[in-house]
Write a protein that binds this ligand. Sequence first.
Ligand code: SF4
Ligand code: MG
Length: 322
Amino acid sequence: TEALLKVENLQKYFPIRKGIVVQKHVGDVKAVDGVSFDIRRGETLGMVGESGCGKSTIGRTILRLLEPTGGKVTFEGKVLNDFSGEEMRKMRSQMQMIFQDPYASLNPRMTVGDIIGEPILIHGVSNRIEREKRVRKLLDVVGLSPYHGARYPHEFSGGQRQRIGIARALSVNPKLIVCDEPVSALDVSIQAQVINLLEDLQQEFDLTYLFIAHDLSVVKHISNRVVVMYLGKTVELSDSEELYRNPLHPYTIALLSAIPLPDPMVKKERIILKGDVPSPVNPPSGCRFHTRCPKALGICKEQEPEFKDIGNGHYVACHFVK
Ligand code: SF4
Ligand code: MG
């Protein structure tokens, strides 16, 4: 299948400045440091890694809510880096985002109807009656009452608020939705409902998702392919089934060892990684994972492994996986 979105060597550094009168640039947080992947039309690409690995930054940089430091993002053959702010605003109707915290991401002083109707207005539907009609339809589509438009966000539960956020994203008929940990803040009992809704909407509206999560179990069922991130880099990407059955990167293997197996008769050992994730200001030399990797050898500290296709679109960045 053809790629809807292509990310090449994407980089996002946040400068660190010190000093009160004269500010000095003392370093960079290398949040995303040379990341390449694509998202195929109609698929869900799951993106997984511990907090601070650069997932949210990638999501925001793709939509140019953050300006990239380097690299290239192509959407339907158009290079987004070349777009002016105005052109990018128009483009954004095709690329929307759902945020992690449904409590923080909705303006508490706006009615639900105005929250959902705002992007429709920005993208050119000036007729109020028509907007209200669309808002009622969207509330229905996400499983809320069409009469909820007059209420305020605080009157809703977390799961309902996430539905409002989804309706808002859907309001401008996007092709791609970046779902940034859309269920992480919700009760476990509500998580499956929201994921099921996202799956239904994908079918109904031909959506493509980048689905960000910090845990491999969350993205398992929804993803066609999964990409695993570590400290601003991609370490493994593959077809979802293949990744769960045959993980090859030591980091993916450790992450998978932490989630319960569907078959309780199969025994597996939990791999506890030593230490914390290192600072993205001064990431380790060579393979960034070498300070915690149970398989690390001398070369790992010296040389950065290439992120390469070892067959059938299964990409791994490790010197010992060929
Ligand atoms: Fe571990 Fe070395 Fe492979 Fe990196 S390159 S994942 S440190 S074995
Ligand atoms: Mg995040």
